[in-house]
Design a protein around this ligand. Structure first.
Ligand code: SAH
Ligand code: SF4
Length: 355
């Protein structure tokens, strides 16, 4: 039997083509798209405005998502939840839902594992398995959107900051973004989806050339090549000067502000010298810095900076006119914080041979 088509893999045009191949009039594509992205239908049987024979045919050739949730964990305050999915080929990915007063933010994964090897990141420590398909990226959102819908709520923001490097899986990640922002369907505002990259320079330039409306964040974490080489191996390929050039190019092309992420590690990148180097680097650029005390991971000995050091770093940066925000950490008790996605559960569920 041919492989089933995951409908969440398809763009609207691809879905329209499938509908035509199944002998249905064009308007059925629109109806089906509405079932997928507005009604968040979990099965074909309930798609009551579609003819029964079409629904039966769809059930034979297609599915509505392929990932299986195998574990859900809630933080002690109940506001953050992490879902571990098992993919059909046995790989695992994680998705995090963060509830704020007014926002429901999802942190989604773009790859199983990651090839970039940032030393402080649990995903980097596990290595690269594979890119996620469009449907596996979209599917994470749909799964949690269904759950929120049952409570009368919806996804308001997405950050592509889960497992993986989104610009290393450029095509599928951006195809998923295009699907989720389609006004006929899920209709999430492009400004509500942030893409975070470790700094793949050619991909940043491509992103700028495509005039992407989704905000971009760059994980900088160090302001000198010596320091960044140590923390982010990718820096040896595209050093800071090239990266900042690409960031300037993005700002010039799009007129949009760019965000830099900085995980503060005690005694490592939280020094006044680093703050000054960062200030000099970003001075005059339309940007903002997010300061995040490091989240602990099993494979890295660094510690989060103390409050005092975070405050001193921020104050030093401000002298250069560079604005920053200290980010509140969420879900640390369930290993759902930035860079913690790998999870003890994965280690327990993965055959030891892969360790
Ligand atoms: N690969 C992309 C997106 C996923 S990582 C990227 O690197 O940007 C999301 C964010 O978490 C990045 O800013 C990353 O640097 C940060 N991060 C990784 N490990 C962390 C840790 N242990 N503590 C705090 N932030 C971390
Ligand atoms: Fe990959 Fe981002 Fe983790 Fe670096 S921080 S290893 S790029 S997921």
């Amino acid at each position: 039997m041919d492989k089933l088509i995951n409908l969440y893999d398809l763009t609207f045009d691809e879905l329209a083509q499938l509908v035509a191949e199944l002998g249905q009039p064009a308007y059925r594509a629109r109806q089906l798209w509405t079932w997928l992205y507005q009604d968040l239908a979990a099965d074909f049987a309930g798609m009551t405005n579609l003819p029964r024979d079409f629904r039966e045919k769809l059930a034979e050739v297609a599915t509505l998502g392929l990932e299986q949730p195998v574990l859900e964990q809630r933080s002690s305050d109940g506001q953050t939840k992490k879902v571990l999915f098992r993919l059909p080929d046995g790989n695992f990915i994680e998705t995090v839902l963060m509830r704020y007063e007014k926002r429901r933010t999802l942190c989604i994964s773009s790859q199983a594992g990651c090839a970039m090897g940032c030393v402080f990141c649990a995903t980097g420590q596990m290595g690269f398995m594979r890119n996620l398909s469009v449907g596996e990226i979209v599917g994470q959102v749909i799964y949690l959107a269904r759950e929120l819908a049952a409570e009368g709520q919806r996804v308001t923001n997405i950050v592509v900051m889960g497992m993986g490097e989104p610009l290393h899986n450029y095509r599928n990640t951006l195809a998923a973004v295009d699907i989720l922002t389609d006004s006929r369907g899920f209709n999430l505002g492009a400004r509500k989806i942030t893409i975070s990259t470790v700094g793949l320079v050619p991909a940043i330039r491509r992103y700028a050339d495509e005039q992407r409306q989704t905000p971009l964040a760059i994980s900088l974490h160090a302001a000198t090549d010596e320091e960044r080489d140590r923390l982010l191996p990718v820096n040896r390929r595209w050093p800071i000067a090239e990266l900042i050039d690409a960031a300037r190019y993005y700002v010039a092309k799009t007129g949009r502000r760019i965000t830099f992420e900085w995980a503060l590690i005690e005694g490592e990148n939280d020094t006044i010298e680093q703050a000054q180097a960062l200030g000099r680097l970003l001075q005059g650029l339309l940007c903002h810095v997010n300061l995040i005390p490091l989240n602990p991971t099993a494979g890295y000995g660094g510690q989060p900076s103390s409050r005092e050091r975070v405050a001193a770093f921020q104050a030093e940066l401000a002298k250069y006119g560079v604005t920053s925000t200290i980010r509140v950490r969420r879900g640390i008790d369930i290993q759902a914080g930035c860079g913690q996605l790998r999870d003890r559960a994965i280690q327990e569920l993965t055959p030891r041979s892969q360790e």
